[in-house]
Write a protein that binds this ligand. Sequence first.
Ligand code: MN
Length: 210
Amino acid sequence: MKAETYPFVVRPLPYEYDALLPVLDAELMTFHHDKHYKTYVDNLNAALADYPEIQKMSLTELLINIDYLPAAIQGPVRNNGGGVYNHELYFDSMRSPVGQDPAGALAEALNRDFGSYRQWKEKMKQAAVGVFGSGWAWLVSDKSGVLSIVQTPNQNVPDLKDYIPLFLVDVWEHAYYLQYQNRRADYVEGWFGLINWRKAGKRYEEGLQA
Ligand code: MN
């Protein structure tokens, strides 16, 4: 499948707006997807509008090569390209909270690298709750399959040359404030029940084969 290039389009949610109830309600998901995420897509396209050569690059290529882009668009690509990448993975990493556990190679790696699912969850929660200001907490794999938890500020991404993102949690206030106000920890606790472990496991196994 050919990677998407300019003009980037708003991807629909892979589920209904109310599919993540009771953790995330339809009003919150509508604002988050239709307003916040869409704004990043629009602003990324605007930033690239005058650069025909750069319009041939995929989103991942843009983010990996940010230091080689014209100086005028490095900041806009970091903020808006990152905003597009992060939100697309975030939305695609969730599912209805109907109970699904880590399985297969990813479940084994969680146990190997963190001791147990419970210990991983505790560290992941600390990372998400502990992001200062706006940002993200991620579960990533390196090319040899070793897992780690990383935090990024703003709309920054981890080093996509070396790491395969498996999923991430948005801890910008816009991701939870409508329902949780200042209670970020409650939102993060609910988010654990939304993780689409089947898709995460697939990303993990594909990353090992790449
Ligand atoms: Mn967001």
